[in-house]
Design a protein around this ligand. Structure first.
Ligand code: ITT
Length: 192
């Protein structure tokens, strides 16, 4: 079985990625902590490629990376690719988004997730991007998930990501949509 490094340092993301990847006969390895990739890309896909590629080259293994974030329409798409850098803790980042939105009535937003799989030489073998529309609440609801989940309300499901079960978030989230698109390809690829 081929080893694939899951190129993330975010524990919430790691748990979700493992849930999708268990459908494949890959041996998963964690990213060594000392490998830090600077996210210089302007788009989620650029950053996902960068992370997968640099971790693959550094470990000499296949690597899969996720670059994701929240994009709020009334904030011109912010925090976007800066979602992780918008504050020093989840609570801090949530408060900043709520503060910047204030009493704005247009609360439309979307979560975006780009996934890239790199070969051991750093070249990209597969990639995709998934998007999930929602609205930003005025206060958090629910205790599940991670990151901005408590303030992201999915109208079709009538709940926030933080109120969903793991299985529901796995199905409806930006990450779930990205994996739905990518999985058929990953299943037919013969990683060596
Ligand atoms: P890695 O780069 O090591 O994977 P990171 O946390 O820095 O970890 P990103 O640069 O992709 O990852 O930033 C994504 C941020 O967007 C993440 O820190 C969360 O704040 C937020 N985010 C992404 N997916 C999310 C989700 O499913 N639910 C809530 N917040 C999410």
């Amino acid at each position: 079985m081929v080893t694939v490094v899951v190129a993330t340092g975010n524990p919430g993301k790691l748990a979700e990625l493992k849930a999708y990847l268990q459908a494949l006969d890959w041996t998963l390895a964690l990213k060594p902590e000392e490998i830090e990739v600077e996210e210089t890309g302007k788009t989620f896909l650029e950053n996902a490629r960068l992370k997968a590629s640099e971790v693959a080259i550094a470990t000499r293994h296949w690597a899969i990376a996720d670059d994701s974030g929240l994009s709020v329409m009334a904030l011109g798409g912010a925090p976007g690719v800066y979602s992780a850098r918008y504050g020093t803790s989840d609570a801090d980042r949530i408060n900043r988004v709520l503060h910047e939105l204030g009493d704005e009535t247009d609360r439309r937003a979307e979560f975006v997730c780009a996934i890239a799989l790199a070969r051991p030489d750093g070249t990209i073998a597969a990639e995709t991007e998934g998007r999930c529309p929602g609205v930003i609440l005025t206060a958090g609801q629910g205790a599940g998930g991670f990151g901005y989940d408590p303030i992201f309300y999915v109208q079709t499901q009538g709940k926030t990501f933080a109120e969903m079960s793991n299985a529901e978030k796995e199905t409806y989230s930006h990450r779930g949509i990205a994996f739905d698109q990518l999985m058929p390809k990953l299943k037919t690829m013969n990683l060596v």
